[in-house]
Design a protein around this ligand. Structure first.
Ligand code: SOE
Length: 381
């Protein structure tokens, strides 16, 4: 097993999920690399030092550039606010590093294009962390669709509902609330939440051709954590859009941080000619399934507990015994295992930067449509 030196940039929520994956992956997956927690970079010295000690990093730095320049780093893992993704990823690609980057790819399409060009030019392996693809039930849904079990697809609908920004006292900017600051995040729920739904939808159901959206910013002004002064809010608090897919199906998407009672309710439902499936992040090991092919008197929704061994259900052979479930954290372990296996095989691992650029384009079209109050076509690739 070859050692793979990891340089982590960021130590927040995502820094923890990714670091946990680096620590877990060899215990559960036979892969040709052993991640070594070589260095972590973060702006605040006390915080980065504490993170390095807690999670077992060999060293820490307060300037990400110092980490990217280090000869002993193989893989740069980008877990910082969206406005830093492009600069770090381009520098990491130029330094010849493998790159794992948090979602969304970038602030906008132009930055995303530069990132794709940089990894293409350098020929370095790259992956964007749309982790929900690797929840076993979500991967299983993809397998059923690809096997043709749903037949022609008519409808794809997805929601991502939260409620943590309803209070006008929640600031924008700063460490924990940068997602509310348009300069750091690029957009609100569109880039943060809908990007997940769009990534899964493009993977499950193919390209989106046109979108029609509306957005709302319910709280127009918030104190900025950096200045302590009230500032206009530039992000979308809620976004709803409908769309057409290239396969002829219709899509319906909604994301909001104003759905009182919902903390992180990502759900999707897909209706096909022969069958329907639906999934719910709060019950993430289950895939709901309805088949019109079932005997009439027994026809109804069934709940598949996606925990079986034997290879017919994804990932679960690597964990405990059938019937015992795993959760959110393990989707990051799966993503890392898939990435490292692909690197060893010299193959791309989806969603690559190029794949994630498609999601970025759909997000951009959604925001453009909401601003214009009109349909927006996605350019044909
Ligand atoms: C926002 O609250 C957030 O943490 C997103 O940034 C993540 O991508 C999502 O998985 C959960 O919600």
């Amino acid at each position: 097993m070859k050692k793979l030196n990891v340089g982590m940039i960021g130590y927040g929520f995502m820094g923890r999920t990714h670091t946990n994956a680096h620590r877990q992956v060899n215990a559960f997956f036979d892969i040709p690399f052993q991640p070594i927690l070589k260095a972590v970079a973060g702006r605040r010295q006390d915080a980065v030092r504490e993170f390095a000690a807690r999670w077992g990093y060999e060293s820490w730095v307060t300037d990400w550039r110092a980490l990217v320049e280090r000869k002993d780093i193989d893989l740069v893992d980008i877990c910082v606010p969206n406005n830093l993704h492009a600069e770090i990823a381009v520098a990491a690609a130029q330094a010849g590093k493998m790159i794992l980057c948090e979602k969304p790819l970038a602030l906008d399409v132009e930055q995303g294009r530069r990132m794709v060009a940089a990894v293409d030019k350098a020929g370095v392996p790259n992956l964007v962390s749309f982790n929900y693809r690797r929840v076993p039930a979500v991967t299983f849904a993809k397998m059923l669709i690809d096997e043709g079990k749903l037949g022609r697809i008519f409808h794809y609908r997805a929601n991502f509902l939260q409620d943590w920004t309803i209070s006008p006292d929640v600031p924008q900017g700063g460490t924990a609330t940068w997602r509310l600051d348009v300069a750091a995040a690029g957009s609100g729920v569109t880039g943060d939440l809908l990007a997940h739904c769009i990534d899964t939808a493009l993977w499950h159901n193919g390209p989106i051709t046109r979108v029609n959206a509306m957005t709302e910013t319910f709280v127009k002004e918030r104190m900025h954590a950096d200045t302590g002064k009230p500032q206009p809010v530039g992000i979308d608090d809620a976004c709803t859009f409908f769309c057409r897919f290239a396969n002829g199906s219709l899509g319906n998407f909604e994301a909001t941080r104003y759905a009182r009672g919902h903390k992180a309710l990502y759900t999707f439902e897909i209706n096909g000619e022969h069958a329907s499936i639906r999934w719910d992040l709060h019950d993430l090991h289950r895939l709901e399934w309805f088949s019109h092919g079932d005997e009439g008197k027994l026809r109804g929704w069934r709940s598949i507990h996606v925990t079986d061994h034997g290879g017919e259900q994804p990932y679960m052979d690597h964990w405990w015994v059938p019937g015992l479930q795993i959760g959110y954290a393990e989707s990051f372990v799966h993503q890392l295992a898939d990435f490292l296996v692909a690197i060893a095989a010299g193959k791309p691992c989806a969603p690559t930067f190029r794949d994630a650029l498609q999601t970025q384009k759909v997000c951009a079209a959604v925001l453009k449509s909401a601003a214009a109050g009109a349909w927006v076509d996605l350019p044909k690739e």
